[in-house]
Design a protein around this ligand. Structure first.
Ligand SMILES: Nc1ncnc2c1ncn2[C@@H]1O[C@H](COP(=O)(O)OP(=O)(O)OP(=O)(O)O)[C@@H](O)[C@H]1O
Length: 279
């Protein structure tokens, strides 16, 4: 996994038109007072006495987890939004809600444009099917016609560089190979808004560079990217706006360098010692 000092992901060489200024672009995503609560059924640990009383019947309670708590932000097209935060901060949950996979418990999400998702490993692919079959299905799931997907297939397979593995079941892939194909499908679906969850954490150094360059190309075309990552280097290099979530709350947002600085300081000194009024 990349870290702040990770030398592997570096800014791609500047080529083509400069990135457009998001301030001149229309609204891409607006999240208003978003809260998402999971309800999970938990089995109560029985005491000997209660187990005898209930004659072995299991007792269940519902546990609520507030994964995202009253979060608001908005971005225009052309923004690369980096979302950082510790484990369990609610980053993936928020991304899934933007993708339409999870409904908000409260609040609302406005999305302007076609969304393509590159969520955590495994989403959307059937590991019994070959890479080729999954590309076709993945394209169809993104709303493309079969003819459109067939036309894109070569481009997708070339970018993923998986050779004859494309005709093998995906259960025979390594996690890096799996993610390369997921990335390639996601970026070749002409998304207006690309949601990326840790896509750069797998794959080798060369593929990471190639993936970063591809994302940069999308930004130059005024596409929007939301990048959830623990890799501070990729957020620093790619993002032009950053959100920091902690335990479901939006701690701060703004310039990536400043937000990452705050977040790193928070990680170093710990939650208790961190002066919350600084945030
Ligand atoms: N399907 C689920 N059912 C119940 N609780 C869940 C579910 N998915 C996530 N959670 C809980 O929601 C909270 C936020 O999880 P989430 O995966 O969004 O965090 P994250 O910031 O993406 O974490 P990480 O960096 O570890 O991937 C956590 O407390 C987690 O335990």
């Amino acid at each position: 996994m990349p870290t702040a000092s990770d030398p592997e992901v570096r800014a791609p060489a500047a080529e083509g038109p400069p990135r457009p200024d998001p301030r001149d672009q229309p609204l891409a995503v607006r999240v208003d007072n978003l809260s998402i609560t999971y309800r999970t059924s938990v089995e109560k640990v029985p005491t000997l006495k209660s187990a005898i009383k209930r004659a072995g019947r299991r007792e269940r309670t519902i546990r609520e987890i507030e994964a995202v708590r009253d979060v608001s932000w908005s971005i225009n097209h052309g923004t690369v939004l980096g979302v950082v935060g510790a484990n369990g901060a609610g980053k993936s949950t928020m991304l899934r809600a933007i993708a339409g996979i999870l409904p908000p418990t409260r609040g609302r999400i406005e999305v302007h444009g076609r969304v393509s998702t590159l969520l955590a490993l495994g989403v959307g692919f059937n590991s019994q099917l070959t890479g080729r079959e999954n590309v076709i299905l993945g394209g169809l799931a993104q709303g493309k016609t079969e003819a459109e997907v067939q036309a894109k297939y070569e481009e997708i397979a070339d970018f993923a560089e998986l050779g004859e593995f494309m005709d093998m079941p995906m259960k025979s892939y390594s996690s890096g190979m799996y993610q390369r194909l997921a990335f390639s499908v996601g970026v070749h679906m002409d998304p207006d808004i690309l949601l990326v969850d840790e896509a750069l954490s797998a794959g080798d150094a060369r593929f990471k560079r190639k993936a970063a360059a591809k994302m940069d190309e999308l930004c130059r075309a005024a596409r929007t990217i939301i990048l959830v990552s623990h890799g501070m280097a990729s957020v620093r290099e790619m993002a032009n706006h950053c959100l920091w979530l902690h335990k479901g709350k939006l701690m701060d947002q703004g310039d990536p360098e400043a937000i990452i600085g705050e977040y790193m300081r928070f990680l170093e000194v710990g939650e208790e010692a961190f002066a919350m009024e600084d945030v």
